[in-house]
Write a protein that binds this ligand. Structure first.
Ligand SMILES: Nc1ncnc2c1ncn2[C@@H]1O[C@H](COP(=O)(O)OP(=O)(O)O)[C@@H](O)[C@H]1O
Ligand SMILES: [Mg+2]
Length: 422
């Protein structure tokens, strides 16, 4: 059996944390079996290397390895992506298509963000897990496949089960073995190690001398919360590597790159609450801003390509994935909506003024600083419910038509139907 150290080297994993080592050890142990594994841990902790290790150390290593981000595929196409479809099974299905479960026969499928799978897809997945059987969309023929599944999630699955968003039976089927990757803030010893590795990678990439942290900067680095974990750390290392002229980084300079002191973040003027009460609201704001920044970077990339190529349809073809990521299906950004919803739920007190621009969504207008009276919200909800019901009745339950009439996407309508239990 390959040693943990050798595996780390082979897969580019930095760190010596005991829990991280245990996670890698578990991956090595389960690899030769076909046991299903659920990798858990916050976003950015490095979950993606676990399924790769498992696949590479298994007898399936010459088979296919397919990583699927369940959260990024629109609900309407996910069954077809995973299980394939028959020609003519829906508008646009001009060809019979093999799904990942057929293509990966004899290999491994990594289902990332598995908590995002729609319930209907969960039923199909359970069947594959139980007896290797699946049926293409629009077909009645049962097919067989032999696929090893490794799933990952950054959401609390027990909560998802309680909210009936995730099937309990599927959860237990997926998580025969649970491999947990600890958040970076619990791996303090690894933080500077990782930073040095990223600093040297980026120095090479950008052909500049490697940045180095002064001692008090190291202390700040280790104390930071790293809510975005290794992804955030890498991002900070990259920004500093590119932007700082002086290659010895002081505590003050480092601090200016960390969110808690970030000058480009909304100022939270607090008159009634203690500092600690704000942490969760602030975290949500950070998340919103992080997401916006990510979108902005994607847009920048797209704009650059457009400028370079000058041919819009070429660029569109080449960047389908990116365009899908930025614009989602139609015009909405679910994670953003969810974050804002969370923010509203937290009920910002009267005297709190959060200075941030008003952000308008296609359907709703959110004003962060706005006080929303509960009654008003309720009656609005009633109206919405009534409108949705009427529209669905008028169109004999056809969601597509109702969504078009209501001016919202099918996915939003689907979410509302679930929310109101229609
Ligand atoms: N131990 C590690 N050593 C070096 N890089 C890592 C480590 N863990 C994660 N990374 C890097 O951090 C980023 C986020 O990791 P990823 O596996 O995508 O996180 P997750 O899937 O948990 O959100 C990736 O760029 C990955 O290469
Ligand atoms: Mg991931």
């Amino acid at each position: 059996m390959e040693s943990i150290q050798a595996i780390k080297q082979r897969f580019g994993i930095i760190g010596n944390d005991a829990k991280l080592n245990r996670a890698i050890e578990k991956a090595i142990q389960v690899a030769p079996t076909d046991i299903s594994v659920l990798v858990t841990g916050e976003s950015g902790v490095g979950k993606e290397s676990i399924p790769k290790i498992i696949h590479q150390l298994s007898h399936r290593k010459h088979g296919k390895y397919i990583a699927v981000n369940c959260g990024a595929i629109p609900e309407g196409t996910i069954d077809s992506e995973l299980f394939g479809h028959e020609k003519g099974s829906f508008t646009g299905a001009t060809q019979t298509r093999e799904g990942y479960f057929e293509v990966a026969d004899g290999g491994t499928i990594f289902l990332d963000e598995v908590g995002e799978l729609p319930l209907t897809t969960q039923v199909r997945l359970l069947r594959v897990l139980e007896n290797g059987e699946f049926i293409k969309v629009g077909s009645s023929k049962v097919q067989k496949t032999n696929v090893r599944i490794v799933a990952a999630t950054n959401v609390n699955m027990f909560e998802a089960i309680k909210k009936e968003k995730f099937r309990e039976d599927l959860y237990y089927r997926l998580s025969t073995v649970d491999i947990n990757i600890p958040p970076l803030r619990e791996r303090k010893e690894d933080i500077h190690l990782l930073f040095r590795k990223f600093a040297s990678d980026f120095a090479l990439k950008y052909k500049m001398p490697t940045i180095k942290l002064e001692d008090d900067a190291v202390a700040i680095l280790v104390k930071h919360r790293w809510n975005g974990n290794i992804r955030e750390l890498r991002n900070v290392a990259e920004q500093i590597s590119v932007l700082e002229q002086t290659r010895t980084i002081s505590a003050v300079t480092l601090q200016s790159y960390l969110p808690s002191q970030g000058s480009n973040l909304p100022a939270i003027i607090n008159t009634s609450k203690s500092e600690s009460d704000f942490s969760s609201e602030r975290e949500i704001l950070y998340k919103v801003l992080f997401d916006m920044k990510g979108d902005l970077n994607d847009l920048k990339k797209l704009t650059m390509e457009l400028m370079k190529s000058g041919n819009a349809s070429d660029v569109q073809k080449k960047n389908e994935g990116l365009i899908q990521k930025i614009y989602g299906d139609e015009d909405e950004d679910e994670s953003f909506d969810d974050a804002v919803e969370d923010l509203e739920v937290l009920s910002i007190p009267e005297k709190t003024i959060i200075e941030t621009p008003t952000i308008e969504n296609s359907q709703d207008k959110y004003h962060f600083a706005e006080e929303i009276e509960e009654e008003e919200t309720l009656s609005l909800q009633d109206k919405e419910l009534e409108l949705i019901k009427k529209s669905l009745e008028r169109h004999q339950g056809k969601r597509k038509l109702a969504a078009a009439e209501l001016g919202i996407s099918e996915r939003t309508l689907y979410r509302k139907i679930k929310q109101y239990d229609l």
